[in-house]
Design a protein around this ligand. Structure first.
Ligand code: ANZ
Ligand code: ZN
Length: 801
């Protein structure tokens, strides 16, 4: 019987389905293992990146299950989002229809891969049964001040009369109509993630550890740390004539004596106010207008000409008492610190260039530069020209200057973060409705819990024009105020889809719960996720938001753990012809083709064998052929009628292989584990008498995490009735590994006098002892003293007497 993946694979897939082979429930008598791959967006069909991700996850899940863990391995859909809306506009269909159809198709594809999911736990975030809980949590966050509304800058297209996401702004113009995009203030909903900045930073330490050699990758920890961006420094107040104070944030209070002007953000409230009714007003206004058009990407990259204008106002440097000018500058961000900077041109390069450009004084206050400097000296050092602080080193001066300012109530120590509150408002249709009602009398009022969920209406017209489609659904907008019962207006913003993916891993623990977002007991058993697997592109946003939500859910009393993901594996990309596989590059390999032609077992084996999981995988057709050939050979070997009786050498290699595969799987080194299986196969197939039943069984068990269909079938052929879904992982005997022997030739004064047989890993001293104990050698030595021993490890000993 030849290897026919198609029939075997559909046979076992229906077997697993029918028997609910991977269904799990909480069982406190057993150790749990929660294995999770990032859930997919139902874009239409799966791609090779998915195949790789899920092959890794499934190998881990099956391995852990065989090791006796109670394994939770769920799958679902991150089902809200803009592509559904765009596709609906294009195809004149509905986002729900499009999404449902995609989920159905992709579910079929995943089933054809033979992934060991507990499908009874499948969830889709666009279902009211899912998002109603998100709405409830949102309202509780509002009550706690963790969700709030504030005016904020958005990308706005005047032509389309709509807010644009950052991705919809290309080189400063609207993706749809190509007119210039401007920044505009709009009321938006925010999550106060900054309230957790310190904890999010500190807990990164907990993630460093995890299981041996795993935890979270250092790279991801660093990216999160930089994103949170903690800076220690001070707030310092500069008195303005007639206008109170301007407060600045600085990390270098030691340079205060060198602050020769102040720079405000264009959007700083004082920028226009200070210039009001001065000759500078018009110029400042024009400047602010222009600065607001710099788009976000350029801002972040700093790729624009640094410019500014004088506001007409002066303030007092609290250290020197000198009058210094106040400028507005386009590189000062309103969203960081206080939106105002004390400019120290001698020690900050941007300030230096600005001072040169506008002819402002440059005063050196840290030793390092001097007269006529050509660039800023940004390092620390000894203070000069700084009054009573002259001569102090920077570190000490920072503290002393802050203390001095504190006494005069002009400054204090301050820690600032780059992390911004998370803007979650989207003027879109296909998302979770924000459950709030606007009343002229009562303000913004939460929808009462009994009225949840606020369902997304289905009868909407999607035209792609002007603003949120929900604005045109009268029935949706018209609401009664929950407080005063008067006519009111329903919020039409929907939530960022990152909100759904911030807590889905909790919902998997009790996905059909109708009383709460999730069951506390179930969560206390399953969470945290033991192994999370997904792309590096989620290193910051998704993973940070999920960590934040976990802490919020803890503080709202829903659950107790502080961190959701104990170990994280970030898989590399799938590359073909030198670039990432993608539709736009036209270099995709369709998983359907692979599965049709070779079977899922080959597709999975290839994805795991071709590269270590965190590295990029370079696609090659020979690799797939090779994986297929290997499975065909194993099929033939196991299927042969004659079984050998084995040998000591075979036993040893079997134990060695089991150990190697076990160790490698513990470290997710699937490629070397598979290589060990290939070596084992080579040995077994070289024996003309056939391999022993025991070795063949080991081969099949070890193959199961990678290529489970063929493994199940071969297991039956070897005479077993039970499915491998519940089989145990094979053990090995350490002692058996040590029975490896080597023969060492022994010479005396260069002449062959005998040999010893010993284990290969003896030290030189142990070899010497064994040689001197050997009777035959002792005869040749005749009691003479050994002056020197030459040892070629594992091969030869020469005794010089
Ligand atoms: C005076 C000074 C002197 C500064 C000096 C630096 C060097 P990090 O480390 O990233 O936190 N700054 C403060 N708020 C800003 C804003 N809204 N937009 C742009 N720049 C801003 O950077 C903190 C430093 O960045 C602050 O320290 C401030 O410049 C500037 F020799 O103050 B410094
Ligand atoms: Zn009201």
């Amino acid at each position: 019987m030849s290897y026919d993946p198609k029939s075997i694979e559909s046979k076992w897939q229906s077997f697993w389905d029918k028997n609910r082979s991977f269904k799990v429930t909480e069982d406190r008598s057993r150790k749990k293992y929660y294995c999770l791959e990032m859930f997919p967006y139902p874009s239409g069909r799966i791609h090779m990146g998915h195949v790789r991700n899920y092959a890794i996850g499934d190998a881990v899940a099956r391995f852990k299950r065989m090791q006796g863990f109670n394994v939770l391995h769920p799958m679902g859909w991150d089902a809200f989002g803009l592509p559904a809306e765009n596709a609906a506009i294009e195809n004149k269909s509905h986002p729900k229809q499009w999404t449902d159809a995609n989920m159905t198709y992709m579910r079929g594809q995943l089933k054809k891969m033979g992934l060991s999911y507990d499908w009874d736990r499948e969830l889709a975030t666009c279902h009211p049964n899912y998002y109603r809980w998100e709405q409830k949590i949102f309202i509780q966050m509002v009550e706690r001040g963790l969700a709030y509304r504030k005016q904020s800058q958005v990308n706005w297209c005047d032509q389309c009369q709509t807010v644009l996401a950052n991705e919809q702004v290309e080189k400063g113009v609207c993706w749809r109509c190509s007119s210039t995009v401007r920044m505009r203030l709009l009321d938006q909903w925010f999550f106060r993630i900054t309230a957790y900045a310190e904890e999010l930073l500190a807990d990164l330490e907990k993630l460093r550890e995890g299981l041996p050699e795993t935890g979270w990758p250092e790279r991801v920890l660093t990216m999160q740390k930089e994103w949170i961006g903690r800076s220690e420094g001070a707030m310092i107040k500069f008195k303005v004539e007639g206008e109170g104070f301007i407060e600045v944030f600085t990390t270098r209070p030691d340079t205060l004596f060198g602050a020769t002007f102040l720079s405000l953000a264009a959007e700083h409230p004082l920028t226009l106010k200070l210039s009001h009714e001065t000759p500078h007003e018009k110029e400042v206004r024009e400047f602010a207008e222009k600065a607001s058009k710099i788009d976000r990407t350029q801002r972040i990259e700093g790729s624009y000409e640094k410019e500014g204008v004088f506001t007409g106002a002066y303030c007092i440097n609290p250290a020197t008492g000198e009058k210094i000018p106040v400028y507005a500058a386009n590189f000062v961000l309103m969203e960081y610190g206080t939106g105002a900077v004390m400019a120290v041109p001698a020690h900050d390069q941007r300030d230096f260039e600005f001072a040169k450009k506008y002819n402002l004084p440059i005063k050196v206050v840290i030793q390092g530069g001097g007269e006529g400097i050509t660039e800023a000296y940004e390092g620390e050092g000894t203070l000069v020209d700084s009054g009573p602080f002259t001569g102090l080193p920077s570190e000490k001066a920072k503290k002393e200057i802050i203390r001095h300012l504190d006494q005069k109530k002009l400054g204090k120590e301050k820690v600032t973060y780059k992390l911004r509150d998370w803007g979650i408002s989207r003027q879109r249709y296909w998302g979770t409705p924000i459950p709030m009602i606007h009343c002229d009398q009562c303000g913004v009022v939460p929808v009462p819990e009994k009225d949840l969920p606020v369902r997304l209406p289905t009868d909407v017209a999607l035209t792609g024009e002007g603003g949120s489609p929900l604005l045109k659904v009268k029935k949706f907008i018209e609401a009664k105020c929950p407080q005063c019962s008067k006519k009111a207006r329903r919020e039409t913003d929907t939530m960022d889809t990152f909100v759904e993916s911030s807590w889905y891993f909790f919902r998997y623990c009790s996905p059909r719960d109708e009383k709460a977002p999730f069951n506390k007991e179930a969560v206390s058993y399953w969470m945290p996720v033991d192994q999370y697997i997904g792309g590096i592109e989620h290193a910051v946003l998704h993973l940070l938001y999920a960590r934040f939500f976990t802490k919020v859910l803890r503080d709202l009393g829903y659950q107790e753990i502080p961190e959701p993901f104990k170990n994280l594996l970030t898989q590399g990309m799938v590359i073909k012809d030198g670039s990432k596989m993608s539709k736009s590059k036209g270099n995709v390999v369709d998983p359907n083709y692979l599965i049709e032609r070779y079977g899922a077992d080959t597709a999975r084996l290839f994805s795991l064998f071709a590269a270590p999981p965190e590295k990029d995988l370079d696609w090659n057709d020979q690799g797939v052929e090779g994986a297929y050939r290997f499975l065909k050979r194993v099929w033939k070997l196991v299927g042969e009628d004659s079984k050998g009786s084995g040998s000591e050498e075979e036993d040893r290699l079997r134990h060695k292989t089991i150990k190697k595969v076990t160790d490698d799987l513990n470290r997710f080194q699937f490629n070397t584990a598979i290589a060990a299986l290939m070596e084992f196969y080579n040995f077994l197939s070289a024996n003309p008498k056939g391999a022993s039943q025991e070795s063949l069984e080991a081969m099949v068990l070890l193959l199961n995490p990678f290529s489970p269909h063929i493994a199940e079938e071969l297991w039956q052929m070897l005479g077993h009735k039970e499915s491998l879904a519940n089989a145990g992982w094979p053990g090995y005997d350490e002692k058996k590994l040590l029975t490896d022997e080597v023969t060492i030739v022994v010479q005396v004064n260069g002449k062959l006098r005998g040999q010893i047989v010993c284990t290969p890993n003896l030290s030189e001293k142990q070899v010497r002892e064994q040689v001197l104990k050997d009777e035959k050698i002792q005869k040749h030595l005749q009691g003479a003293a050994v002056k020197k021993m030459v040892y070629v490890p594992g091969r030869l000993v020469n005794l010089v007497i």
